[in-house]
Ligand binder design. Structure first.
Ligand code: GRF
Length: 203
């Protein structure tokens, strides 16, 4: 599966995808890593593994639509057939989604529909939840909303801060994101309304 990965920061989820690909257990190739942020550490991770990178600063575009179109073109130029948002701190718009229908995935550090939006780990810790976790979902036109592909849970402790809870969640993100991308690569994901059916392998 030719994949594009969009990042804004550290890129540890990007790294988890690269590691599984290099281990031969994820049937995908990252054709491009695109960051809106020129100083994203994830860009260095990509370069270290010989993956082409592009920086598309959103400030360079007059409006959301133009930025969305620029992202879409960059992904199409790279020949990708699916897109993984991995800590990409911009909203993707309708033009990008139309170019890759049910082919854009996001990872969110909470058990959706709890705590959508920014700082979900802090939100969870502040709320005092006992279970936290992460969600990989298809991206639709609403923030952190599309059909859920996979979720995983971790305990949340009374003494947790957003930081400590976030680290525990992140370790789980690194396990479920490659799994979701592998299902997509195997053509096993079918969206039926809000439900995502994971079909058996080989069908
Ligand atoms: C992760 O917590 C992810 O769930 C959220 O942003 C963070 C990105 O971390 N959307 P990294 O850049 O992959 O290390």
């Amino acid at each position: 599966l030719p994949l594009g990965v969009l990042i804004s920061g550290g890129g540890s989820n990007l790294q988890s995808l690269i590691d599984r690909m290099e281990a031969g257990v994820l049937d995908a190739t990252i054709r491009t890593v695109i960051s809106n942020n020129p100083t994203a550490k994830g860009l260095d991770r990509a370069k270290r593994h010989g993956i082409p990178t592009r920086v598309l600063p959103h400030q360079d575009y007059p409006d959301r639509r133009e930025y969305d179109l620029a992202l879409t073109r960059a992904l199409q130029d790279a020949g990708v057939r699916a897109v993984a948002l991995a800590g990409f701190m911009r909203l993707v718009g309708p033009d990008l989604l139309a170019a890759f229908p049910w082919r854009v995935l996001n990872i969110h550090p909470a058990l959706l529909p709890s705590f959508p939006g920014l700082h979900a780990q802090e939100q969870g810790a502040a709320y005092g939840v006992r279970l936290a976790g992460c969600t990989v979902h298809f991206v639709d036109e609403k923030v952190d909303h599309g059909p859920v592909i996979i979720q995983a849970a971790v305990p949340a402790l009374a003494e947790d801060t957003g930081e400590t809870l976030g680290q525990r969640i992140l370790r789980l993100e690194h396990r479920i994101y490659p799994q979701a991308v592998q299902w997509l690569a195997q053509g096993r994901l079918e969206v039926q309304g809000r439900q995502v059916v994971v079909r058996p392998n080989g069908h």
